[in-house]
Write a new protein. Structure first.
Length: 177
């Protein structure tokens, strides 16, 4: 659970890369998707102490032909600690759902998120935006670079003056839109 989801996506990606390389097949991008369960402990002022949120999660790895990665792990839908515990104990939630509902191959159709959302979410719809997001740095690098440059141009500059042991702070006046 947890880090195993991202590790599973990385392993899937590595296996695809190795197979394509052994076949001499060229590629522009590899996309690996792995689903699983994760939890995030919260200890915030407005939550109960030691509150834990459990999530059904998907991890997406996008790799270009220079083996530059973009990795995303995103929560799909919150789940209870009992559901998380069942998955942690090795239960197949999709098999349980299939037995409860009579839906064969639940994993290939609605999945756990589809069952829990009463069909409002399905596996395909849950992956579209994260896959688009994972590709954005590769497809639109100029947008990332221009925003990074704008941030650098407006950032507070810190200059250390040798021997004076004082720090001068120059604030950029370039606050363009």
């Amino acid at each position: 659970m947890g880090d195993q989801v991202m590790e599973g996506a990385l392993n899937r990606n590595k296996a695809m890369r190795e197979q394509l390389q052994s076949e001499g097949t060229k590629y522009d991008y590899l996309v690996s998707i792995e689903g699983g369960y994760n939890y995030k402990p919260y200890n915030l002022l407005w939550t109960k102490p030691d509150t834990v949120k459990h999530y059904l999660v998907d991890a997406i790895i996008v790799e270009n032909d220079q083996q530059v990665f973009n990795m995303i792990e995103y929560p799909v839908i919150p789940i209870s600690g009992t559901i998380y515990g069942g998955a942690s104990d090795g239960m197949s939630l999709n098999s349980l759902i299939g037995n409860m509902t009579g839906i064969e191959k639940n994993k290939q159709s609605l999945g756990v998120s589809g069952h829990l959302s009463n069909g409002l979410l399905d596996r395909t719809s849950m992956m579209i935006n994260p896959i688009i997001a994972a590709f954005c740095p590769f497809v639109f690098p100029a947008r990332y670079n221009s925003l990074e440059n704008a941030i650098q141009a407006t950032r507070i500059k810190k200059i250390y003056v040798p021997y004076a042991r004082k720090r001068l702070i120059l604030i950029s006046t370039n606050r363009g839109g």
